[in-house]
Design a binder for this molecule. Structure first.
Ligand SMILES: [Zn+2]
Length: 202
């Protein structure tokens, strides 16, 4: 018979596969000015998506978590799936993980905190959509549509068609098509210049 299970106190030592490329850390540190409008916040994450491709650190996707009301940047994320050898490391997941790490909470909706907003250059795939309710973000702002990512060959996974209203039903506001054209342009340029399309089951 096995010895009785000893349940130890959780370690508080931070462990994370979601380490940002150094240039993205610098970008986050330098963005001290709050970004007030959804368009400005989107322009910032589209720049992250573009820079991620140009620096060779991952796919054409950028995201960030902001304090919804003030526009203060909390964290950034870029797609680092290949870099980190981690299928979880989509831009949205990286941004959420870094926001939670920075704010020292696994629930961004914990009482006493301001509302947080996830801004993403492309709407969430099945995985990121699934992660959003657990993250505690209360708003999601999207640029390109899932079908725009699919049009260049990325797999968005088995996401329900009414995903936006399903989030709304949980009091998470979803805003779509913000600077969609510019977000799509990054995707299309990535494809045109031979960017790697990585998917499950290849
Ligand atoms: Zn995703």
């Amino acid at each position: 018979m096995d010895r009785p299970l000893k349940v130890s106190k959780f370690s508080t030592k931070a462990v994370s596969p979601f380490t940002l490329p150094p240039w993205a850390e610098v970008s986050a540190r330098q963005q001290k000015q709050p970004l007030i409008s959804p368009e400005d916040r989107m322009a910032y994450v589209i720049r992250l998506a573009r820079e991620n491709v140009e620096r060779g650190t991952g796919g054409p996707f950028g995201a960030a978590v902001f304090e919804a009301k003030t526009g203060t940047l909390v964290s950034v994320g870029v797609n680092i799936v290949v870099l980190a050898n981690c299928s979880h490391c989509h831009a949205e997941m990286v941004a959420i993980a870094n926001a939670q790490k920075r704010l020292k909470t696994f629930d961004l909706s914990a009482s006493g905190r301001p509302e947080y907003e996830l801004v993403t250059s492309c709407e969430p795939c099945a995985m990121c959509y699934g992660a959003i309710p657990w993250s505690g973000v209360q708003r999601v702002v999207c640029g390109a549509r899932g079908k725009d990512a699919e049009a260049i060959g990325f797999d968005e996974g088995p996401k329900r068609k009414d995903w936006a209203s399903a989030l709304s039903a949980r009091n998470i506001t979803v805003i779509q098509n913000v600077r969609r054209k510019e977000a799509v342009a990054v995707l299309q340029e990535y494809k045109k210049r031979g960017g790697r399309i990585y998917n499950p089951h290849q």
